[in-house]
Design a binder for this molecule. Structure first.
Ligand SMILES: Cc1cc2nc3c(=O)[nH]c(=O)nc-3n(C[C@H](O)[C@H](O)[C@H](O)COP(=O)(O)OP(=O)(O)OC[C@H]3O[C@@H](n4cnc5c(N)ncnc54)[C@H](O)[C@@H]3O)c2cc1C
Ligand code: SF4
Length: 568
């Protein structure tokens, strides 16, 4: 280990582990508050615009017209299941062989190791939680009660929405509170038809336009970030040259850099957090250089762990000391347990025979959304909790390719419009369980000296019942709304492909049953905070990143106040 002499040069006010969705927010907030901040990122440097090599390519400029080769699919059986792992964005994904983990049960772990993490790749759907979601564990008797209320997080949702730029409609629903929105995108005519029919047929089922992190009408704060209007190219996973969607690369990280308070070190794998027994707090981190494998220590008053849920668990489990032999802050023995995710197994497709005088034009990087309607106010089904769903309806063309020569050419040049198609996919809440866990292998290590991670996470009977209910309910809803050729599917995919893994370091009021308090602060190590998905006590149905952003901004605000009081 190379402990460089000059420790002062490696000392900061705050250390942020990971530069993705949550880490970017931690960096911005600390830097805005005048704290010298070190951001440690294990992946390579990806600078907004400079490092988006495919962003302006047309399909014919790509060797495989945007597709993957058979060899790439064969070499990446896990990540090639992700819809965004294609020729235009494959450089932003961790390849299966690069960072192995041990699947005690099959788990599709999708990762992005680079500046910005998965914020470059995400689908940008951003919904708030409601009080009904925070009430879930206590009302239905699973997990531990959330230690915070919607009222406490509400202003922080507004705060991050304002800066990130969220497009949406004010729908006035209890289950999905409205936010500080930019103008909404539009539903297609078939989506509007479904919306109208749902309103007519059901009192509790609503079709709305998705709320998403796109600048439909930039405000001054977005112009200051150097970002512009989303042009609807729908090629976001390549990185957007206009900053039309929110990513850490386009927004929070450059903002933090402009303050002069941020040091971003890429290719820096955080190995563990250093706990000082005398001071009874964490004093820094051990970092392995991704290339030379040399180990260096960095020090700070406060440490934010935002390495993405599973990696955050890995770092904390690997942070052992005589005070914490089972991982940092792990007196309860629950670190790494109660991992949960979203149930994305079921989907439905259908056709609509009307609206033949309408067509879609251009790209809309968004879709319709159906907020949860099951078990909202009371238990009414044979499974716990519920599901939200995506809903999209569009129209494409097809060309007869059965002929050859001139006839084939003519057919390709004059494609025919198909019927309108529509579809929905479920986004269900799963129940966090102690048996769904990650642990460290006792002997096997990766190339950076980190123990290999065991994944022992799977669906259960509650999820199966929920899948069946989604299929029954959505078949009925589409049938009643006049759709034809309805096909349903249960993918039976293993957990993970929702890419919303959460838990392992859950929040709660009682240190015996949780690891973090209501400020995302470790009960037993007061200067360590966890604000990514690892902190989530339950999962709700909403896409989670907006909530991580709000938790992060709120936790930094608290941490800086505590630092100023001399409490950290
Ligand atoms: C295709 C796709 C679609 C998605 N769609 C949505 C959506 O519509 N809505 C939504 O809310 N969410 C969506 N998500 C999920 C979303 O991307 C994540 O919730 C979000 O990025 C998590 O933020 P994070 O900061 O925890 O992790 P990340 O953004 O992944 O950042 C974590 C960072 O930590 C770094 N890191 C890891 N380990 C270490 C270490 N030991 N040392 C140093 N650095 C480390 C990683 O390299 C990474 O850069 C999607 C994800 C994908 C891939
Ligand atoms: S859809 Fe908008 S955000 Fe996405 S790449 Fe196009 S302009 Fe950028």
């Amino acid at each position: 280990m190379n402990i460089l002499n000059n420790a002062e040069k490696r000392t900061y006010g705050a250390i942020v582990i990971g530069s993705g969705m949550a880490g970017g927010w931690a960096a911005k907030e600390f830097c805005d508050k005048g704290i010298k901040t070190l951001v440690l990122e294990r992946g390579r440097k990806v600078t907004h615009n400079e490092d988006y090599p495919t962003t302006l390519l047309s399909p014919w400029e790509m060797e495989h017209r945007g597709q993957l080769t058979k060899q790439e699919i064969d070499e990446n059986p896990i990540i090639s299941k992700c819809y965004a792992f294609r020729e235009d964005a494959k450089h932003f994904f961790v390849k299966d062989a690069e960072h192995p983990y041990i699947q005690d049960k099959p788990f599709d772990w999708i990762r992005g190791y680079q500046t910005g993490g998965k914020s470059l790749l995400w689908a940008r759907q951003t919904q708030r939680w409601s009080q009904l979601d925070f009430d879930g564990p206590a009302r239905d008797g699973f997990a531990v009660p959330w230690p915070i209320t919607y009222k406490e997080i509400d202003p922080w949702y507004s705060y991050v929405e304002h800066f990130a730029g969220i497009s949406g409609n004010k729908d006035g629903l209890d289950s999905l509170p409205d936010g500080d929105f930019l103008p909404p995108m539009e539903l297609t005519c078939v989506e509007k038809h479904f919306q109208k029919e749902m309103k007519r047929l059901y009192s509790d089922r609503h079709v709305i336009i998705g709320r998403c992190a796109h600048l439909t009408e930039p405000r001054d704060i977005h112009i200051q970030q150097g970002r512009g209007t989303c042009l609807g190219r729908n090629l976001c996973q390549r990185g957007c040259p206009y900053g039309g969607y929110f990513s850490a690369n386009s927004s929070t990280l450059p903002w933090a850099a402009k303050t002069g308070n941020m040091t971003l070190r890429t290719d820096s794998v955080v190995h563990s957090i250093i706990y000082d027994e005398q001071k009874q707090k964490a004093v820094g981190v051990r970092v392995v250089d991704a290339h030379t494998k040399e180990m260096v220590e960095y020090y700070a008053k406060v440490i934010f762990v935002t390495a993405a849920a599973i990696n955050t668990n890995l770092i904390l489990l690997n942070s052992k000391s005589s005070r914490f032999p089972n991982g940092l802050g792990n007196d309860s023995g629950l670190l790494g347990t109660h991992i949960a995710f979203h149930n994305y197994r079921a989907s439905l497709s259908a056709e609509y025979e009307g609206y033949l005088d309408y067509k879609t034009a251009g790209g809309r990087p968004n879709s319709g959304y159906i907020p949860r309607f099951r078990n909202l106010y009371k238990q009414e089904t044979n499974f716990l909790r519920g599901y939200a769903a995506g809903m999209s309806g569009g129209r494409g063309t097809h060309a007869d390719q059965s002929s050859v020569g001139e006839s084939l050419k003519n057919s390709l040049l004059n494609p025919k419009w198909s019927n309108w198609y529509a579809g929905s996919h479920m986004m269900g809440e799963t129940i966090p369980k102690e048996s769904n866990k990650v642990t460290l292998d006792a002997t096997k290590k990766d190339a950076w000296g980190m123990p290999l991670l065991h994944m022992d996470v799977s669906y259960d009977n509650n999820d199966d019942l929920m899948v069946k209910d989604f299929i029954d309910q959505f078949t009925e809803m589409y049938e009643k709304a006049g759709f034809k050729n309805i096909k349903t599917r249960d993918s039976h995919a293993p957990a993970g492909l929702d890419i919303h893994e959460m838990g392992g370091v859950r929040m709660g009021s009682d240190p015996k049953t949780s690891l973090l308090n209501k400020w995302n602060q470790m009960h037993h190590v007061k200067n360590v905070f966890v604000t990514d998905g690892a902190c989530m006590t339950s999962t709700s149905t909403q896409n989670p990143s907006l909530t991580y952003m709000a938790f992060t901004a709120r936790a930094v605000d608290y941490a800086v106040k505590e630092m100023k009081k001399g409490n950290l």
